[in-house]
Design a protein around this ligand. Sequence first.
Ligand SMILES: O=C(O)CCC(=O)C(=O)O
Ligand SMILES: [Mn+2]
Length: 202
Amino acid sequence: MNLFLSEENKALQLDLPDADVVYYPNFFSKEKADTYFKTLLSETNWQQDDITVFGKTYQQPRLTALYGENGKSYSYSGITMNPLPFTSVLKEIKNIIEEVSEEIYNVVLLNLYRNGQDSNGWHSDNEKELGKNPVIASVSLGAERVFHLKHKDDKDLKKSIQLQHGSLLIMKGRTQEKWKHQLPKTKKVDSPRINLTFRTIQ
Ligand SMILES: O=C(O)CCC(=O)C(=O)O
Ligand SMILES: [Mn+2]
């Protein structure tokens, strides 16, 4: 038995057309998730970037950081991020996620939502450097937040999931091609959440 994982580590396949999304609500044990949250909150090189959308510049409504192993940069919404080398805690999490998802990742993007006013707007992770049908493995730590998915063509196809402390969400197949996702603002949360998305830059 892997002592890092929770005992009831069940996988829920979401029933979404044109997508392949698996959610593990209790992926890490509570103790492991608590430790990871504390370590990442204090050790991460958090930064707040400006983004430019339709010619207007805003501060991103969250803090971010990029860690990776190959020195390749990653660009989205007009931001280019250069990865710092993986820390030991990030390597530890990456190894565990690689084992369950049977995939190798070379970068992790971290988001810190300081409270319910921080958010991540509708988008797909479909940047060219991620290649076709990318696998995105997303770990949630800290405050529970709602995550929305909506189909790009069929407006009636939507899904909400509560992303729990210590959970893992894997999006693969055509999910990024056919669906968008967001983490909306909420008045119900006033504590921080950390999200890690493991990705492969080609
Ligand atoms: O915070 C989350 O759960 C989603 C993060 C996300 O979609 C992203 O960083 O691309
Ligand atoms: Mn995303």
